[in-house]
Design a protein around this ligand. Structure first.
Ligand code: SF4
Length: 415
C-alpha cells in the first residue's frame, strides 16, 4: 500500500478540525449570500402529496458550468414550472430545452428530466437520500452532486469536492501536485469527508464552497478577511517565506511527495498563496467550421419568417433547433463552402439552390467547452414557397419572436 501523505497535507488534529468547522460556520452564518435555492428547504420526508423536486439538485446541476448570476433566473423559472418530481417527469424534452435555452451544456437539463422520470416510474416517486444511492441510481448525478443533495437536502454527513473546494483545500494544505489527477482528487475527497461538520453537513459544505467563491478566489484571494487563515498552510508559507514548521516536514517537498509541487516547479514567492492549486495544461479546443444559412420568407401576415431545423437527439446540442447547417472540412475555399451549403439546402427544399445566390453575412465564433466553432453565415431570401422534405429532421418556419422563444442555443442566437 502507498505510504500515507505527510501530516502537513492532512487534517489529523481533531482539535484543529473542530476549530476550523466552528470558524467557517460562524463566518457562513454572518456572510452567506442570499441565493434563492437557500431559501427552499426541500427535504419532504413524511409530507403528503407529490414529492417536491429537491431545490439543491436543480441549482447544482445548473451551477455545474454556469455562473450564479446567470443561473438565478433559470432556476426560478424552472422551480415555478416544475416544483415536483411528478411535474418534471411529465414535461416534454422540448419544454425542457426551451427553458434551458441559453444556459449551455444542454444534456444537463435532459438528464435532470430523465432522472425525475426514473424516480417517478421506477422508484415509486421516492427520491434516494444517500449520496451512494443518488450517484448510482440517477442519470446525470455524479459524486459531487450526490454529496451536495445528500448533505444539503437530507442531512447526510458527507463531504463534497467541486472546483471551489479543490482550490480551498489545496491552499489550506499546500497541495501542489496536479489537482486534476485521480490521486489528488481522491485525497481531497478523503479530506472533505474528514472535515465535514457532523451536525450541520449541508451548511458546512455550502460554507466551504462559498469561501472559494467569495474569499479564496482564484486570482486575488482576500486572505486578510479569511475566517480559516490560521489553518492555512499556504497563507503561513506566504507570511514566513518557507514551509511551516510541522514535525514531519523533512519528508515532504524533497521531490518524492505525491502531493507537493513537482521539484521542477517549486514555490514561486511572487505568486503567494496562488501557487496552489496547480493543474496540468489543458488540451486546446478542437477547431470546427460550420456553414449555416438563414433562410427567410415572407410569412402569411407579411412579417419575415425563418427556417429552423431540429438537431439529432444525441450528441452536441441534442434536440435543439438551428438554422440549416452543415459541418465543413478545414481549409476549404469559399466557393467550395458555398457549394456544400447549397447542396445541403437543396436536400431540404427538394429544389436546386444556386450557390451564387447565397449572400455571405459574416463569421460567428462560439466556444464550446472543447470546441472552437466558427459559423460561416449566409442568408437566402425565398420568393415563392417551398415544400420541405418531411423525411428529414423536423423543421418549422418561425418569426423572430418565435425564434427567441424556441429551444435554440446561444450560438444560434449570435448567428
Ligand atoms: Fe484561501 Fe487565503 Fe484563506 Fe488560505 S488564507 S484559505 S489562501 S483565502
Amino acid at each position: 500500500a502507498p505510504a500515507p501523505p505527510p501530516a502537513r497535507h492532512l487534517f489529523s488534529d481533531p482539535a484543529e478540525v473542530e476549530a476550523l468547522r466552528r470558524n467557517l460556520l460562524a463566518w457562513y452564518d454572518r456572510c452567506k449570500r442570499d441565493l434563492p435555492w437557500r431559501a427552499l428547504v426541500r427535504g419532504d420526508i413524511g409530507k403528503q402529496g407529490p414529492a417536491l423536486l429537491p431545490a439543491v439538485w436543480v441549482s447544482e446541476i445548473m451551477l455545474q458550468q454556469t455562473q450564479v448570476a446567470t443561473v438565478i433566473d433559470y432556476y426560478t423559472r424552472w422551480m415555478q414550472k416544475w416544483p415536483t418530481l411528478q411535474a418534471l417527469a411529465q414535461a416534454s424534452l422540448e419544454e425542457v430545452n426551451e427553458l434551458w435555452a441559453g444556459l449551455g451544456y444542454y444534456s444537463r437539463g435532459k438528464r435532470l428530466q430523465e432522472a425525475a422520470r426514473k424516480v417517478v416510474s421506477e422508484l415509486a416517486g421516492r427520491m434516494p437520500r444517500r449520496a451512494e444511492e443518488l450517484q448510482k441510481l440517477l442519470p446525470g448525478v455524479g459524486r459531487y452532486t450526490a454529496g451536495a443533495i445528500a448533505s444539503i437536502s437530507y442531512g447526510q454527513a458527507t463531504g463534497v469536492v467541486d472546483g471551489n473546494v479543490i482550490r480551498v483545500l489545496c491552499r489550506l494544505r499546500c497541495i501542489g501536485a496536479d489537482s486534476s489527477s485521480p490521486a489528488v482528487i481522491d485525497q481531497l475527497w478523503d479530506m472533505a469527508n474528514v472535515l465535514v461538520d457532523r451536525s450541520r453537513p449541508g451548511d458546512f459544505n455550502q460554507a466551504l464552497m462559498e469561501l472559494g467563491a467569495t474569499v479564496c478566489v482564484p486570482k486575488s484571494p482576500l486572505c486578510g478577511e479569511c475566517p480559516v487563515k490560521q489553518h492555512c498552510q499556504a497563507w503561513r508559507r506566504k507570511l514566513f517565506g518557507k514551509a511551516p514548521p510541522v514535525p514531519d516536514v523533512e519528508d515532504c517537498g524533497v521531490g518524492d511527495c505525491p502531493l507537493c509541487p513537482p521539484a521542477t516547479e517549486p514555490w514561486d514567492s511572487s505568486l503567494g498563496v496562488t501557487n496552489f492549486p496547480r493543474k496540468a495544461a489543458k488540451k486546446p479546443p478542437r477547431a470546427m467550421r460550420t456553414a449555416t444559412c438563414v433562410l427567410e420568407r415572407r410569412g402569411c401576415h407579411g412579417a419575415p419568417e425563418y427556417l429552423i431545423v431540429q438537431r439529432p437527439s444525441s450528441g452536441l446540442l441534442a434536440g435543439l433547433w438551428e438554422f440549416p447547417s452543415v459541418p465543413l472540412a478545414q481549409d476549404l475555399q469559399e466557393e467550395k463552402e458555398r457549394e456544400e451549403l447549397a447542396d445541403h439546402l437543396q436536400a431540404w427544399m427538394g429544389q436546386p439552390v444556386a450557390a451564387k445566390g447565397l449572400r455571405f453575412i459574416g463569421e460567428v465564433i462560439h466556444i464550446f467547452s472543447h470546441i472552437h466553432q466558427t459559423y460561416v453565415v449566409y442568408s437566402l431570401h425565398l420568393d415563392g414557397d417551398v415544400t420541405l422534405d418531411p423525411a428529414l429532421s423536423p423543421s418549422r418556419w418561425v418569426t423572430e419572436d418565435e425564434f427567441h422563444a424556441s429551444a435554440v442555443s446561444t450560438a444560434m442566437k449570435k448567428v
